[in-house]
Write a protein that binds this ligand. Structure first.
Ligand code: C2E
Ligand code: MG
Ligand code: MG
Ligand code: MG
Length: 293
């Protein structure tokens, strides 16, 4: 086929590239089988309010337990499903599963249940004309109030423009919140925050990683919290692995944190109030998930 002139250097064919393409095609076909065989499941990671430690939301993350290859990372298979279109069906299943779980938790935990369930939505799902209707149908079928759902989209998905932005307006009209995921890693400008309906900005892990150093990441994280405050957006810091990072983020003004320090993604989450203060977070090292009172 004719290559588009993207200004990128020409990529020569190599056995490695060919192998990779073959591998992706195989994996793509296997996603179909996996959907039918029920090999996917959903785990949930807490998003915690500091300093009080309440789990105010959970993020649904899909998992694939491949019968021969073992667990495969969504960072690898979601892009494959995105290319072959199966992400639409897989995503609808994740949405349904997460909403059902949230309804169960609200029933079991009452006021201790998290306020919101956050579900990742890929570019291709968002661009499909039926997506807001799928969300409305899922909420109606499960009985989850729209205010209990957040949809996480990336800057890149939104930047494809057209239908995607329209879909976000329709979701907003339903009462669903919109989060911009991995913020700061895409190619968007800050102008996006004015033109796109957004409620929550998830500051990418890459800015959190070096936040205890003196470098520019701290400066960016600090600027982003001011932008959120000024624009009336809720800020969430992603990928918080240590007590030190949590403390720095707290002092910068972050009040919602997510990361291994507060809990890894799991099938069941314990929503009992921890009654802990920020300064007593246990740093278990190595990205431990425990939280000590
Ligand atoms: P994401 O939405 O930005 O999710 C956060 C990712 O970071 C998750 O990886 C999570 O397990 C990981 N993470 C959370 N805290 C920490 C931490 O403290 N340290 C480190 N190193 N990692 C942390 P996961 O589950 O492998 O998912 C990767 C990406 O795959 C997600 O990034 C999201 O873009 C995509 N994804 C996952 N589930 C779905 C889904 O159901 N639908 C769609 N469309 N995409 C999904
Ligand atoms: Mg996410
Ligand atoms: Mg993210
Ligand atoms: Mg990410």
């Amino acid at each position: 086929y004719a290559a588009k002139d993207t200004g990128e250097p020409f990529r020569h064919w190599s056995p490695a590239l060919d192998e990779r393409a073959g591998e992706q095609a195989r994996l793509g076909a296997e996603i179909r089988t996996a959907l039918d065989a029920g090999q996917f499941r959903v785990v949930y990671q807490p998003i915690v309010a500091v300093p009080e430690g309440r789990v105010i939301a959970v993020e649904a993350l899909v998992r694939w337990e491949h019968p021969e290859r073992g667990p495969i990372s969504p960072a690898y298979f979601i892009p494959v499903a995105e290319r072959n279109g199966l992400v639409v069906e897989l995503g609808a299943w994740v949405l349904r599963t997460a909403c059902e779980q949230m309804v169960r938790w609200r029933h079991e935990w009452g006021s201790a249940a998290p306020d919101r369930m956050s579900v990742n939505v890929s570019a291709r799902q968002l661009a499909r004309s039926g997506f807001p209707q799928t969300v409305a149908d899922t909420l109606a079928a499960t009985g989850l109030p729209p205010a209990c759902l957040t949809v996480e989209v990336t800057e890149t998905a939104v930047f494809q423009g057209g239908r995607a932005v329209e879909a976000l307006h329709e979701l907003r009209a339903l009462g669903v919140r919109i989060a911009l995921d991995d913020f700061g890693t895409g190619h968007s400008s800050l102008g996006l925050l004015r033109t796109v309906p957004v409620d929550i900005l998830k500051v990418d892990k890459s800015f959190v990683d070096d936040i205890t150093g003196a470098g520019e990441h701290r400066v960016i994280a600090e600027a982003l919290i001011h932008i959120c405050a000024g624009l009336g957006l809720t800020a969430v810091a992603e990928g918080v692995e240590t007590a030190e990072q949590a403390e720095v983020l707290y002092h910068l003004g972050y009040r919602l944190l997510q990361g291994y320090h507060f809990g890894r993604p799991t099938a069941e989450v314990d929503f009992r109030p921890k009654g802990s203060s920020l300064l007593t977070y246990a740093d278990t090292g190595g990205g431990g998930s425990s939280w000590r009172v």
